[in-house]
Structure formats: C-alpha cells, structure tokens
Design a protein around this ligand. Sequence first.
Ligand SMILES: [Fe+2]
Length: 265
Amino acid sequence: MNILFVGDIFGSAGRRIVHEHLGHVRATHNVELTVVNSENAAGGFGVTPQIAEEIFDWGADVQTTGNHVWDKKELVDYLGSAAPDSHERPRRLLRPANFSPGLPGFGVYEGVTASGVDYAVVNLQGRVFMGNTEDPFRAADALLSRIRAKVILVDFHAEATSEKVAMGWYLDGRVTAVLGTHTHVPTADERILPNGTAFQTDVGMSGPYDSIIGVEKDLVLHRFLTGMPGRFEAAKGNPKMCGALVECDPMTGRASRIQRIMLGE
Ligand SMILES: [Fe+2]
C-alpha cells in the first residue's frame, strides 16, 4: 500500500504546484492514502475553509496543520462544525492533538481506504522553540492506546531536528510513518527505522523556494538587517511540491520503503 504525504503548502505558489502534481503522482504510484499539510496554504498564514475544500477536491483524504491553524478565523467554525464520529471534510482537517483540551477540531482521524484498509492520521506539534502545548510524546502514547488501525501516519509539526528525530525513535514499530513538517526545509535523512517505521525529519514545504522559507526574500532580509517589524508576503518564485511516498504492508502497518519527493514546474 502506498501513502503520499505532502509537506506544508505555502501560499498561492504552493497551491498551484500541488494542484499540478498531486493527481499524476497519486496515479503513477497507485497511492491509496493522501495526506497534505495545508497550514500555510492561505497566503502563508493558515488555511481557509474554501482553500481546504479545494485541496480535498484535488484528492487529499486528510489534511494536517500546525501552529498556524488559528490564523484564519473562519477555520475555527469549520473545525468546530465536525462531530467526533463524522467522516465529512471538516472532520478530516486536523489540528495538533496536543493543544489545550476543549479547543475546536481533532488531532487524529481514523478512516478506511477505498480498498478497505483501516488507517489513522495523527497530527502532533513539538515544544522546542515553539508555543506552549502539552507533551507530544505522551499525547502520542494516549492516542496510540486507542487507535485500532495498523496503518498510522504521524505528522510531527516541530522546529527542532532533535525533537523530531526523538519522536521517530519513540514511535518506531508503533506507527507506519513519522514525517516532520514546519521548518519548510527538507532533510535528506529519509529511512526505515529498525522496527519498521518510515521517518524523515522534515519533508519540506510545498511552496516557492526562491524565498526565505516561503516569504519574499527582501522582506525577511530587511528584518534581519534592521530588526524593524514589517509585513511578510508570500513569495512566488521557483515553486516545488515536496513530500514523501511511503510503502507499507496494509496488514501490519510496517513500512518497507520511503522516497523523498521534490517536484518543480
Ligand atoms: Fe508551522
């Protein structure tokens, strides 16, 4: 069984390149489960319900997010509209599971693929150099004790490579894949850990690479050079769709192969 995971869509350039490639990559690799991190799809800050719906239209089964999930106010109602046992689109757009209790939305989704394979997608956020959340490691333990599916994909949205590598080892043999997002820079360390978990520290953003992690270069440089605040704008140049393809045994959830993806225009 093949799973496609697409890294953080950033702005309109990111949406365009993902729209261009998602269909043929899914078809060529006979992808049965498509998960897309869309947390910066709306101009580089958050995602709107309308954009989320578009990404579902392109073939995403589940969308994940991260620290920018509340940037667009409309999304709060969209997430809040989903019942726990629903399989409708708002229920398939996740926010990190280890946010404070009682917030709108869910951090895990359990579904069934077209060929009848049970799967789960888990969204967690790191704590190192990031906002306050609950312990992602113990949140993973709690979620995994309740999930019955064997095929489990974890999007670990975190800044520090150390915390992400730690999560990979912590969940090795307990999930199909631990794939990192948030830094917008892909790492070249994709591998299958000894107990059968596919891992990559960060799959990279799907967005404009002639930029500083998605934002217009000059605006970010100005801030570094002067320390003055300024408006950030999503860049457009050199868009790439980044992500990972994971092959696993649908019966055991064990991963057998991971391939890094970076597709340009
Ligand atoms: Fe992020």
